[in-house]
Design a protein around this ligand. Structure first.
Ligand SMILES: [Zn+2]
Length: 186
């Protein structure tokens, strides 16, 4: 009996996460990675979501997540928002930054708890910005990308010593987006 209860509880968590991610317009592939649900079950969750919510503006997204990194460093505003997400990922214990500013993932692979933590971090990010520049899939891409310490890294500002997301192949002026924005407005 107990085994059945546990299985029911775990399926319920998978479905709850799938609904939460659909609400954020996550791609099927991303939902699958976290929930472990099959394409067919995810399709059913979509159907339930549309039936129960009465919404039709949530689009079903297929294919791969956006892979480019240019959006994160396009402007100081984008850079600041990407940096906010990294801080939220660290607070959610999804990432850890060591003393040399290298980023480490704290999770061996995505699962239900990981998915919920990404959703919570993304929801907080959305609350903090009037017009968020990054969608859920971009936030997901950022999380995967920064932990590879390859195209993106955490640079340190020479003015305030704050860390910020920077493109590894761009010229770094050692000014964080916050200092850059406040310089521009003074
Ligand atoms: Zn600064």
């Amino acid at each position: 009996m107990r085994l059945t209860d546990n299985r029911y509880a775990s399926e319920k968590q998978q479905f709850e996460l799938a609904l939460r991610m659909i609400h954020h317009e996550a791609r099927t592939r991303t939902i699958k990675a976290c929930t472990g649900l099959s394409d067919d079950r995810i399709r059913k969750v979509y159907a339930t979501y549309f039936r129960d919510s009465g919404l039709d503006e949530v689009r079903r997204r297929r294919g791969k997540s956006p892979q480019q990194i240019n959006l994160f460093v396009k402007s100081p505003k984008h850079q600041l928002e990407a940096t906010t997400l990294i801080a939220l990922y660290c607070a959610s214990l999804l990432l850890r930054v060591d003393r040399a500013n290298k980023v480490h993932t704290c999770w061996p692979r995505p699962d239900v708890e990981y998915g919920h933590r990404v959703c919570r971090a993304f929801e907080t990010y959305v609350l903090l910005h009037a017009k968020p520049a990054l969608s859920f899939e971009w936030a997901w891409n950022l999380l995967q990308n920064i932990s590879r310490n390859d195209e993106l890294y955490l640079a340190v500002c020479s003015v305030c010593r704050g860390r910020y997301v920077q493109d590894s192949y761009a010229l770094d002026r050692r000014t964080c987006p916050s200092c850059e924005i406040s310089n521009a407005t003074h």
